[in-house]
Design a protein around this ligand. Structure first.
Ligand code: 5AD
Ligand code: SF4
Length: 463
């Protein structure tokens, strides 16, 4: 008799890397556990956490508190916390949450079956060891019928930006072997996959320390040559390490999408220096100009921090000025949040919360204006859209993305899911576009070739 597998529920906080890590956790536990979408059914409940800002950490702690009744109702439930907060807090999390069974850090993912086993036998387990060498597991995280996937190509970060907790919780930078990455993407493309997003804290420095060093653009070239792969994306990039070779790749590689996320953080040289970013606003703007020269029409997005210690009104105005000059299509903006172990948390000239909030509102108003203009420029144009799923807000519409990463909603036939369709852009909205399907235009419907692909209510993020 075959016993049914136990049920695993994973709640993920934070960035795309965490989403990919959660998929890896499910893969590693796949022999014992099947994923469920219903937390109430779980035998194992894992929370994959983010420590980048205090708010993300607080959300995790409040979720942990709210799980007490579930744990009381299902005493056999194994409750585990992984990821950056787990790495940072370790033992302290067990003291904070007496109903918690397991705490595992960045590298503990690879030991999950053994850790879960020990927790199931009643032990309260903590594994936050940070050793360097890890098995390069095949990250076969896509399921049949999937046309988009994320592939982690490197882990950790050596940059030590003075505000950032990542080097402390994710450890030193390590690149995966190029051969393993290429094999994985080739297998995905051969199975009908269309779009791959390569992930790492700073993919631009990919390849350092490998036995046979390889640059990131060289890796991109190898992937671009794979048959079937139509869209290649990556995140995230450090402006200092954006080489001329990578800039040129945008003009040369057919599958490389015309979008780059290039976090600038601040537009003031004084602040960039205190952040330990290793570039000036002039260097950044030169790189933006080079990108626009090599790839006209490239869309740029960025991350911005307001209220970094010592930031004056004049510094902040420099940030607004840089945003206008770079003409960002999209920006993710944050109030500075002091993080444990980081240098900036010890700086004496912290900016008051009300000043941070006021600057954030002004910055976001400017970005909304820039995004509106970028969207308006697309109206009247016909564009290629990868159809990702039903729109969350109006389920009769499809939702997809342009190569330049904007979200488009439009009405079209059922079989469009997972295809590259041509869509004429008809309306610009603050966070998305509306379009009209150009009939008979599905340029590549590899999803239709696969059995068992059916429309899903895909959460196509609208911001
Ligand atoms: N406070 C505010 N924002 C931060 N980020 C990283 N650390 C902090 C912090 N301490 C932002 C940066 C980074 C993004 C992922 O999160 O903008 O690029
Ligand atoms: Fe953090 Fe800087 Fe590394 Fe990005 S590059 S993860 S901001 S330390």
């Amino acid at each position: 008799m075959v016993w049914p597998k136990r049920k695993l529920y994973i709640r993920t906080f934070g960035c795309q890397m965490n989403v990919a890590d959660s998929e890896l956790m499910a893969q590693i536990l796949g022999e014992q556990y099947d994923l469920t979408a219903r937390a109430e059914d779980a035998d194992l409940f894992l929370i994959n956490t983010c420590a980048i800002r205090r708010k993300s950490e607080e959300k995790v702690k409040s979720l942990l508190g709210s799980l007490k009744p579930l744990k009381r109702a299902r005493p056999q439930l194994i409750l585990g916390v992984g990821g950056c907060v787990a790495q940072q807090e370790g033992e302290r999390l067990l003291a904070f949450a007496p109903h918690l069974n397991l705490v595992f850090g960045a590298k503990g993912i690879y030991r999950l079956p053994e850790l879960v086993d020990r927790a199931a036998r009643g032990e309260r387990v903590v594994d936050v060891a940070m050793e360097r060498d890890l098995p390069d597991l095949p990250h076969r995280t896509w399921s049949p019928g999937t046309f988009q996937t994320m592939v982690t190509i490197m882990r950790g970060c050596d940059n030590f930006c003075s505000f950032c907790v990542v080097p402390y919780v994710r450890g030193r930078e390590t690149s995966r072997e190029p051969g393993a990455i290429v094999d994985e993407v080739a297998a995905f493309a051969a199975a009908g996959g269309l779009e791959v997003t390569l992930l790492g804290q700073n993919v631009n420095s990919y390849g350092r320390g490998l036995p046979e060093p390889m640059t990131f653009p060289q890796l991109l070239r190898r992937l671009d040559a794979l048959p079937g792969l139509r869209r290649l994306r990556f995140a995230t990039s450090h402006p200092r390490d954006l080489s001329p070779e990578l800039v040129n790749a945008f003009g040369e590689l057919g599958s490389l999408c015309e979008h780059l996320h290039l976090p600038v953080q601040s537009g003031a040289n004084r602040i960039l220096q205190r952040m330990n970013r290793g570039y000036t606003r002039e260097h950044y703007l030169e790189k933006v100009a080079a990108l626009k020269g090599a790839c006209p029409g490239i869309a740029l997005s960025t991350d911005l921090i307001v209220g970094f210690p010592g930031e004056t009104e004049a510094d902040f105005l420099q940030t607004l000025d840089l945003m206008r000059e770079a003409g960002f299509d999209q920006a993710f903006s944050f109030k500075y949040s002091p993080r444990p172990q980081t240098r900036a948390a010890t700086f004496p000239d912290q900016v008051p919360e009300d000043v941070k909030a006021e600057r954030l509102a002004r910055l976001q108003a400017l970005q909304d204006e820039l995004t509106r203009k970028a969207h308006a420029r697309l109206v009247g144009r016909e564009q290629e859209v990868l159809v990702e799923g039903r729109s969350k807000r109006s389920p009769q519409e499809w939702c997809g993305r342009l190569r330049t990463n904007q979200v488009v909603n439009f009405i079209g036939p059922r079989e469009l899911l997972g295809s590259l369709a041509r869509v004429a852009i008809t309306e610009a909205h603050p966070h998305s576009l509306k379009g009209r399907w150009v009939e008979g235009s599905s340029t590549c419907n590899r999803a239709a070739e696969r059995p068992g692909t059916s429309p899903r209510e895909v959460s196509c993020s609208e911001r």
